[in-house]
Design a protein around this ligand. Structure first.
Ligand code: SAH
Ligand code: SF4
Length: 357
């Protein structure tokens, strides 16, 4: 039996292991801080533990990171890592810097089964779910790279936000995603506050509220269409969970916590969903469901083999103005990391392995 990864155990699981070894409860917090506050990569570095306990940990667990296969830095400083896990499967992770902070975009699956027509990840079948440890350790690699151990405070860190918008559909892997988000936001460790974490979903309606309640993170929904006819053509999952059902969940979520806005991601696709008429339909839809929302108008990132075209800037402006006039914030996202294919929906794990030497 290969040893288990210690990264990805919940605090309760870690504490249960330690209790079964006869260790005092305070050891959990000590080890947790070594792992997630200081970011050490060896049990030997946990210097306030006895030699015996360190040996026992090393006999039972591994403490390793995913392997960095490549790292690319874009002209705009966006960075993309290709990471490989123990079984050779790979995912991409992206860091998008702003002036004094930035968001790390995490993947939750290798590939994706949702098959959205515009998405490069979706053109690759689902290989497997990532474990909680694999999701958390992506972020840890980013912290290693930027030297942000021991964990700085909210005010001073560059890696300040997390968006679950990389490869995969988080609500198809909800148990591991819940566990990972709770580790990432735990105040004794990595401590990214829940308000700075946003999970994006294509809209697996029955799971939305459950995951938000169990994690407290923010919700983004990939809407991309003002009606079911267009959405069905773009996102096959819409046939199972049509727009009304998704919006009803968004409404439920807001009823529990009135201060929360839902972000709707809306991909601007030339002549598909980007006319003034579409904007008006969208406004009517959200008003009907009484949802407090902001929009993210995302420029479509083309990839080889995909026939969609990005909307012209003129069309995007008219669309955004209509939303604004109706009282919805609708910033147009600037595509980041274009030159290294690091933008939304362009992530695709390379199946080609580097030759062993
Ligand atoms: N599965 C989740 C999260 C990952 S996709 C979801 O679908 O929400 C993250 C975002 O990238 C989604 O809004 C998705 O619709 C968008 N996206 C996918 N392909 C894209 C492309 N080619 N150009 C721009 N955005 C894209
Ligand atoms: Fe999967 Fe999201 Fe891509 Fe759709 S947009 S295929 S749900 S990763």
């Amino acid at each position: 039996m290969p040893k288990q990864h210690i990264i990805g155990l919940s605090k309760e699981e870690l504490s249960a292991v330690l209790a079964s070894w006869g260790e005092k409860p305070f050891r959990t917090k000590q080890i947790w801080q070594w792992l997630y506050f200081r970011g050490v990569q060896s049990f030997d570095d946990m210097t306030n533990l006895s030699k015996d306990l360190r040996t026992r940990l090393a006999d039972n667990f591994v403490l390793t990171r995913p392997k960095i296969i490549t790292q690319q830095i874009s002209q705009d400083k966006t960075r993309k890592w290709l990471l490989e896990f123990d079984d050779g499967e790979r995912v991409e992770m992206v860091y998008i810097p702003e002036l004094d902070r930035g968001a790390v975009c995490l993947s939750t699956q290798v590939g994706c089964a949702m098959g959205c027509k515009f998405c490069h990840t979706g053109s690759q079948k689902l290989k497997r779910n990532l474990t909680a440890g694999e999701i958390v350790s992506q972020f840890m690699v980013a912290r290693d790279t930027y030297g942000e151990w021991p964990s700085p405070t909210d005010a001073t860190r560059y890696l300040s936000n997390i968006v679950v918008m990389g490869m995969g559909e988080p609500l198809q892997n909800e148990d591991n995603v819940i566990k990972a988000l709770n580790i990432l936001s735990d105040g004794d460790g990595i401590a990214i506050s829940r308000r700075r974490i946003t999970m994006s979903t294509c809209g697996i309606a029955p799971k939305i509220c459950d995951v938000l309640e169990k994690t407290g993170v923010r919700l983004a929904i990939s809407l991309h269409a003002p009606n079911n006819e267009i959405r069905n053509a773009l996102m096959p999952i819409n046939k199972a969970y049509p727009i009304e059902q998704i919006l009803a969940e968004a409404q439920k979520y807001q009823q529990k916590d009135g201060s929360r806005y839902v972000t709707f991601e809306y991909l601007m696709l030339q002549n598909i969903n980007d006319s003034p008429q579409h904007a008006k339909e969208l406004i009517a839809l959200l008003k009907k469901h009484k949802i407090r929302a902001t929009f993210n108008l995302i420029p479509f990132n083309p990839w080889p083999g995909c026939d969609f075209m990005p909307s012209t800037p003129e069309r995007v402006k008219v669309f955004a103005d209509l939303l604004n006039q109706a009282g919805f914030a609708a910033p147009v996202r600037v595509a980041r990391g274009q030159d290294i294919l690091a933008a939304c929906g362009q992530l695709k794990s390379s199946t080609q392995k580097t030759p062993r030497t």
